[in-house]
Design a protein around this ligand. Structure first.
Ligand SMILES: *Cc1c(COP(=O)(O)O)cnc(C)c1O
Length: 383
């Protein structure tokens, strides 16, 4: 049966298509054109970020961050196993090792209380991941990093426009990485950004992003020719993508407000199941402002989750789970990483289910999805 409620759908909320037309008509469709500058400036102003550079994806932003941390063979980077593969791949590409630390039961973020025990003389950096747009405990993580002289790279792929206390995610560590993939809150199909909070890293970041050349300085008129300065790659997105993205970024409040309504409606309708301890629905700590990136629930076990996914699918509703924890993947096993117990990660990842969440999801559809979850548990009880 074809799903009539997909899991995700990209949206157009403002001037996206007009801007794309202007980017082409203006004669500068390659990278670092007027729309790239506007999108970067908008984020710098809104997030109070020192410097934001658009990239082709969050994956490329993470790769740039790994290069800026000067990671090499033998180096170790602390991160959760419960994350998307790009967080770890950025490190593995440099020949360094991800060291996985377990997560908290409340936010599913890296458990900051376990970080210090994972630090060795080879540790170079911590890559916290803000799961679902809810912040990691950044004060503690930054304090640990200061004590051990480590760099902090925030994987804020899911955390654009979310806050920890009064600071925007991505602007707290030395570097922050955003995603504008179509499955994220604000998107341009494929895209990302590197947030540079440590000014010492800015000049090299520009070079890495421009294929290892000082082209950015040349275009600003700082130097009179441009040449090969360092390693690098093609991390600059087309201005057409930046144009689409600008249309989305100009509507961050509108998009977030709608996602918040959807989140609240799911939470209200599923609260009885949570109160009965049949399922668990997410909770956001007081000092965190979420961007409502996802609404997820925890089933009792993997079999119940599988049955619930099937029940929803029968009704034409697509719900998905993630992640297969990285420590249990074939590639991580082959790397022979230091072993530690990742009990919470194993448990949560086998029970978590994400419900459809996108700007154009209508109220009656949210009701339909929540009712379908409720009917699954009603049928289960009466069996
Ligand atoms: C989506 C995501 C990424 C990758 O983002 P891309 O822009 O698709 O490269 C990395 N980390 C996390 C936590 C993500 O959710």
């Amino acid at each position: 049966m074809r799903a009539h409620i997909p899991f995700n759908k990209p949206c157009i909320v403002g001037s996206e298509l007009i801007y794309v037309g202007q980017a082409v008509a203006g004669g500068h469709a390659s990278g670092d054109g007027p729309f790239t500058k506007r999108a970067q400036k908008l984020m710098e102003d809104r997030f109070d970020a020192k410097r934001v550079l658009l990239t082709t994806s969050c994956t490329s932003a993470l790769e740039m961050a790994a290069l800026l941390c000067d990671l090499g063979p033998g180096d170790e980077v602390i991160m959760p196993s419960y994350t998307f593969v790009s967080t770890a791949n950025a490190v593995a590409l440099r020949g360094a090792k991800p060291v996985f630390v377990d997560i908290r039961v409340d936010t599913l973020n890296i458990d900051e209380r376990l970080i210090e025990a994972a630090i060795t003389p080879r540790t170079r950096a911590i890559f916290p991941v803000h799961y679902a747009g809810v912040a990691c405990e950044m004060d503690e993580i930054m304090a640990i990093a200061r004590r051990h002289d480590l760099l902090v790279v925030e994987d804020a792929a899911q955390g654009v426009f979310a806050k920890y206390n009064d600071r925007y995610l991505g602007t707290i560590g030395h570097l922050g990485c955003y995603s504008f993939h179509e499955t994220k809150n604000f998107g341009c199909g494929e895209g990302g950004a590197l947030v540079i909070n440590d000014p010492q890293l800015e000049k090299r970041a520009e070079i890495l992003r421009e294929k290892g050349t000082n082209r950015s300085q040349f275009l600003r008129g700082d130097v009179d020719k441009y040449t090969w300065m360092d390693v690098g790659s093609s991390y600059v997105p087309s201005d057409m993508l930046a144009a689409f993205l600008l249309g989305q970024l100009e509507n961050m409040e509108k998009i977030t407000a709608r996602r918040g309504e959807i989140y609240a409606q799911y939470a209200r309708m599923l609260a009885p199941l949570d109160e009965a301890r049949t399922i668990q629905i997410p909770s956001v700590p007081q000092h965190c402002t979420t961007n409502y990136h996802m609404f997820h629930l925890l089933a009792a076990d993997i079999d119940e989750r599988t049955a619930l996914i099937g029940h929803l699918r029968q009704a034409g509703i697509l719900a998905v789970f993630h992640y297969v924890p990285l420590h249990s993947s074939p590639f991580a096993r082959q790397m022979e990483l230091p072993q530690s117990s990742l009990q919470v990660t194993d448990d949560m990842s086998s029970r978590l289910l994400r419900l459809p969440m996108y700007f154009d999801l209508r109220d009656h559809e949210v009701t339909e999805v929540a009712n379908c979850v409720l009917s699954f548990y009603r049928d289960k009880d009466s069996k």
